[in-house]
Structure formats: C-alpha cells, structure tokens
Design a protein around this ligand. Structure first.
Ligand code: TMP
Length: 209
C-alpha cells in the first residue's frame, strides 16, 4: 500500500520568508528521496486565479465578499489535485492556504471571520501549519512593502491578530522567523520529520467549523 503524503501549510505575514522556506523544504525532502511538491495560494494561473491577480494588482475592483469567495474557489479548484497527490504518496508544501484566506478577508471592515471560515469547510486539512513569526523590528529591517493590495503596515497588523484567532494548537507550529535562513530551515526540517512519521499512516482530515 502506498503511504500517503504529508500536507504542510506555511502561513504568516508578508516578508517572513515563507516562499524561501517552502522551496528549501521541498528541495531537502527530494534529496532525501521523499517525494514532495510546492504549491501556492493564490494560484494565479487558473481561471479564478487570473481574476484574483487582477484584483491584487489593483486592475479591477470587487466587493469584499466576492473576493473572499474567489480566493476560496481557487482552493476548491485545486482540491481534487491536493487529494490526488497526497493519496499517491506525494507530500505537499503549500505556501498560504485557508488561514491566509480568513486572516486577510476578516481584516477588512464588515467581514465576519466565521462567515469567511465557512467557505473553507470540507477542504483537506493540513497535518501541520508552520507559522513564520516575524517581529515588527525584523520586518522593518527587511525593506519596504510592494505595490500590491494589502501590503500596508496597519492592515498586516490586523492580519497578524486574526492569525492568533485561527490557531489550532494541535497542528500549529510557531517558528521564530527573525533568525537566519539556515537556522529556520533546520528547525522546519526537524518539525517536518516529526509530523511526517505520524501523518503517513492516518487518513486525510478535512477542515471543520
Ligand atoms: P502572495 O503574496 O503570497 O502571492 O499572496 C497574495 C496576497 O493575497 C497576500 O497579500 C495574501 C492575500 N491572500 C488573501 O487575501 N486570501 C487568500 O486566500 C490568500 C491565499 C492570500
């Protein structure tokens, strides 16, 4: 019987090094002959993802609820792919997932956190969420924000406090992202190995209310 892959999600505010760490983890796992692939949300290459990209680049305006549903639909578009890969034994290292979806949308005025979460219910649940915590001071040292929507200090502060509301202690692993890339990577690799040894023999769980 093929042992299923492990599903890891990376979350955290911008500039914490999520993408760098995701890619380093995939590379390290493949070197150890553990099949693993990188995925990221939003996936801007799909039909829905193209609209999201236009929204993030500020080419179009959309109501907040509609945008939330698009981000969620983007995950639902790839839900069969996620399940198929995990069942075939490939571990997935996913750069942002439902937690970003809820933390960012609920940081807007008049957006209810529970309503946001409801759209995620039924998606495959990760075996672990690695949250890269970057302090305000380290964040300032890493240079300015880009030009995309949401890249604003006050907005990111709200996102940070929303993440705390979503924290599930059973699967959430806090990681100090103020350190150098290699130290963070070594901790992540150790954490992955712990999670992987348990996950492969368990069924894939789903996100619940
Ligand atoms: P990226 O910089 O990782 O490509 O993400 C693009 C932006 O989209 C980032 O500011 C976080 C935000 N976002 C949401 O608002 N909802 C979501 O569901 C996801 C995955 C990202």
């Amino acid at each position: 019987m093929v042992r299923r892959g492990t599903f890891i999600v990376f979350e955290g505010c911008d500039r914490g090094g999520k993408t760098t760490q995701c890619k380093k983890l995939v590379e390290a796992l493949n070197k150890k002959n553990i099949p693993a692939e990188y995925m990221n949300f939003p996936d801007r290459t799909t039909a829905v993802g193209k609209i999201i990209n236009d929204y993030l680049k500020k080419n179009i305006e959309l109501p907040d609820h509609a945008v939330h549903l698009l981000f969620s639909a983007n995950r639902w578009e790839l839900e069969p792919v996620i399940r198929k890969k995990l069942h075939s034994g490939v571990s997935l290292v996913v750069d942002r997932y439902s937690y970003s979806g809820v933390a960012f949308s609920a940081a807007k005025e008049n957006m209810d956190l529970q309503w946001c979460w409801n759209q995620e219910e039924g998606l495959p649940a990760p075996d672990a969420v690695f949250i890269l915590n970057l302090s305000e001071s380290a964040s300032l040292q890493r240079g300015g924000f880009g030009e995309e929507r949401y890249e604003l200090t006050d907005f990111q502060a709200k996102v940070r406090s929303n993440y705390k509301l979503l924290k599930d202690p059973k699967i959430w692993k806090d990681i100090d992202a103020d350190r150098d890339v290699e130290s963070v990577h070594n901790e992540i690799l150790k954490l992955f190995e712990e999670v992987h040894s348990q996950a492969v023999s368990q069924p894939i769980k789903t996100l619940k209310n």
